[in-house]
Design a protein around this ligand. Structure first.
Ligand SMILES: C[S@@+](CC[C@H](N)C(=O)[O-])C[C@H]1O[C@@H](n2cnc3c(N)ncnc32)[C@H](O)[C@@H]1O
Length: 266
């Protein structure tokens, strides 16, 4: 069966010839350019994502989550900071060698000064966070690997920011990544995610084109409704202070893995 008709993916037909996750060299992710474009200063969309995510973590008592996941962590430290009060162990799962090097350096030598405004915001929203960013990151373990390496049911909470839709052009593969994300938590576990809305394949700096599939709220509901309970999808307006990635905004998701075996988990 060809890719145009295969599977139950929610995306449009015509993913024939789509670039898949393995077709990109994630070891060569352009860390410096990506940080310069997205995370060297606090953008309005970061404030929106942090507020959204912090609201979920605030509902978790300090130290109440034994083990949490940041799937496809990349060089972004703010999702890791946000988990710093509630989680006793944060696994930053990441396949790319350059990202792994950056994360390990941040943990070993202390975070770059540019992360301080992010941390101040996180802590102002969640006073249970410790005084310093370095302390909040103390329980982070960098775990080399991909979504395929996840053991189902391992985590109390899984977080994923700009990954499933930003690493493949194939909607079936997007769906499989989301399914692995859901399965990574124990039954009843919490899910927290951000997605670029309708972003096509994109460039960072002057580098190569990275594969992406444009998703919207309907796609997210189609993928997550059968796999989760309490699904909530909201959106942030497009942030014009970021480079033009072709997106129309950011979609934010919270949900839970169902308590009992029920809907298909793929
Ligand atoms: C657009 S970046 C997002 C990075 C980061 N999460 C953020 O918030 O900026 C996509 C990340 O997904 C990682 N990635 C690519 N394929 C993956 C896979 N199969 N499983 C897990 N992560 C993957 C990449 O190495 C990269 O760090």
């Amino acid at each position: 069966m060809d890719r145009r008709t295969r599977g139950t993916a929610p995306g449009p037909p015509g993913t024939f010839g789509a670039r898949r996750n393995r077709d990109a060299d994630w070891n060569a992710w352009p860390v410096a350019d990506y940080l310069a474009e997205n995370y060297r200063r606090l953008h309005p969309c970061d404030i929106g994502v942090i507020r959204h995510h912090s609201a979920l973590y605030r509902r978790c008592a300090p130290g109440s989550l034994a083990r949490t996941l940041e799937l496809g962590a990349g060089p972004n430290l703010y999702p890791l900071m946000l988990a710093g009060a509630a989680s006793r162990r944060i696994d930053a799962l990441e396949p790319g060698a350059a990202n792994i090097r950056y994360l390990r350096r941040q943990l070993d030598e202390g975070p770059d000064d540019s992360w301080e405004p992010f941390y101040r915001l996180c802590r102002s929203l969640d006073p249970a966070l410790p005084a310093s960013c370095a302390e909040a990151l103390r329980t982070v373990q960098v775990v080399p690997g991909t979504a395929e390496d996840l053991t189902p049911g391992t985590y109390d909470l899984a977080s994923m920011n700009f990954v499933a839709e930003s690493v493949t052009e194939d909607f079936d593969e997007f769906t499989a990544l989301c399914a692995a994300f859901v399965r990574a938590v124990r039954p009843g576990g919490l899910l927290l995610a951000a997605f670029m809305e309708r972003m096509p394949s994109y460039r960072v700096g002057a580098g190569p084109v990275w594969p992406a599939c444009p998703v919207d709220g309907t796609v997210l509901r189609t993928v997550f409704t059968p796999r989760t309970t309490g699904l909530r999808v909201t959106r942030l307006a497009k942030d014009r202070t970021l480079p033009e990635y072709g997106d129309t905004g950011i979609l934010l998701l919270t949900a839970r893995r169902p308590d009992t075996a029920g809907p298909p988990q793929e």
